[in-house]
Ligand binder design. Sequence first.
Ligand SMILES: *[C@@H]1O[C@H](CO)[C@@H](O)[C@H](O)[C@H]1NC(C)=O
Ligand SMILES: *[C@@H]1O[C@H](CO)[C@@H](O)[C@H](O)[C@H]1NC(C)=O
Ligand SMILES: *[C@@H]1O[C@H](CO)[C@@H](O)[C@H](O)[C@H]1NC(C)=O
Ligand SMILES: *[C@@H]1O[C@H](CO)[C@@H](O)[C@H](O)[C@H]1NC(C)=O
Ligand SMILES: *[C@@H]1O[C@H](CO)[C@@H](O)[C@H](O)[C@H]1NC(C)=O
Ligand SMILES: *[C@@H]1O[C@H](CO)[C@@H](O)[C@H](O)[C@H]1NC(C)=O
Length: 378
Amino acid sequence: MRPSALLVPACGAVASCSSSSSDRHGAVNAGGPKMIIENDWNAGAAPQFLMALDYGWDILGLIGDTSNSWALQCSLHALALLEIGNLSSCIPVHKGADYPLLMTPKLMQTWERIMGPLPWEGVFRPQNDTAEALGSDPTDGDPARIVKAAFTEGYPNTTLAGYHAAAWMIEQVHKYPGEVVIYSGGALTNIALAIRMDSDFASLTKGLWIMGGFVDTNGLMISGDTMQADINTDFNFKADPEATKIALSADFPNITLVSNAANAPELFPTDALLAEVAEVRNPYTILQQKVTQTNLPFWDEATMLSLVDPSTIMNQTSFYVNVDTSFYSPTYGNIWAYQEALAPSRQTLREVNFVWQINGTAFQTALKRALQSPKTCP
Ligand SMILES: *[C@@H]1O[C@H](CO)[C@@H](O)[C@H](O)[C@H]1NC(C)=O
Ligand SMILES: *[C@@H]1O[C@H](CO)[C@@H](O)[C@H](O)[C@H]1NC(C)=O
Ligand SMILES: *[C@@H]1O[C@H](CO)[C@@H](O)[C@H](O)[C@H]1NC(C)=O
Ligand SMILES: *[C@@H]1O[C@H](CO)[C@@H](O)[C@H](O)[C@H]1NC(C)=O
Ligand SMILES: *[C@@H]1O[C@H](CO)[C@@H](O)[C@H](O)[C@H]1NC(C)=O
Ligand SMILES: *[C@@H]1O[C@H](CO)[C@@H](O)[C@H](O)[C@H]1NC(C)=O
């Protein structure tokens, strides 16, 4: 199902905007701290919003972006994941931009020939109809393509909220100034668009919490197989380098990066953990056991836990950060970290928080609880 039209509400001051299409019928945790969750959703991604709900957060909405697959397919996954838990009536889903700011599949494929192939190409992988027929999310080709075979969780019967993700996020931070944390588990395209559309956007949020921004991982990329390289690539950032740079230099009250920390061995799924979760049978535990890949860490979920329960952060630091936006660079899209004394003066770079370590025991407990006792709409 395609969203019919991208209707931006007509109104003067953004602050007085309201849109019936995005007004929620109820909230799971009305009065809790507010969050917008942006991600390239797939069939296995439900624990992210379930953990936030479990910790009492009020999720204003989900955004589907282009990174591992196209924004439309990812947004439809978000709808479906809400539907299986009866969360559709209180959490809307907004579709993000189809394309990154500059990056396209052709451009990335060209970059790979010059700089070396990415171990994981996400949406930039050449279209493969065989893989799609077998249930892979769509890559390359037409961004409006929907691959129903990828919906292990069921194809959604609900519809996307009526207008563009960036415009909607801007409306929300004006409605709740200083209250909304933006969580990003995919590419930063829509966040960069919101920053460029409204100079007040970043400062009106409560902060930006990101899965991405790996430091010093080149050695790890040569010390194991291509999966070891894959998990250290920083694909979320490389998917839209220019947007990453815009987001990481914007005046959010607070930016936190979770990256290296999320690759810790205790944050990988195991068959034992998934089986333990599925001892309680509900649509989420059953789905999770079916679709979770045990060779990839719970990146986005660990990042989410560090946001909703900062006591699980065991070790963190802060530094000034830059993003490589040079196309002719093997580190195009990767970050560079500086101590204050050595930060360049002719760019407005900023300091970010960087999480080194997350409590794995606490993570497993939190994940289990969120999946086994999922919240539902009132
Ligand atoms: C939508 O409805 C159909 C028909 O009842 C069902 O098979 C499918 O699983 C539903 N989708 C979701 C995400 O629940
Ligand atoms: C969702 O609602 C249906 C119908 O009321 C119910 O059978 C099902 O158990 C609910 N699912 C969850 C996860 O609460
Ligand atoms: C396309 O996908 C199929 C199924 O996963 C795989 O066997 C094949 O190697 C892929 N083709 C290319 C060109 O990657
Ligand atoms: C930003 O987040 C970090 C990590 O949780 C925290 O230590 C810091 O106090 C926060 N700063 C502000 C201004 O909220
Ligand atoms: C924090 O993590 C860094 C990187 O792993 C390590 O060098 C440092 O010793 C750690 N500090 C504490 C207090 O654990
Ligand atoms: C990690 O969390 C568990 C509770 O889940 C706690 O018992 C343990 O002390 C924590 N470890 C550290 C090092 O904070």
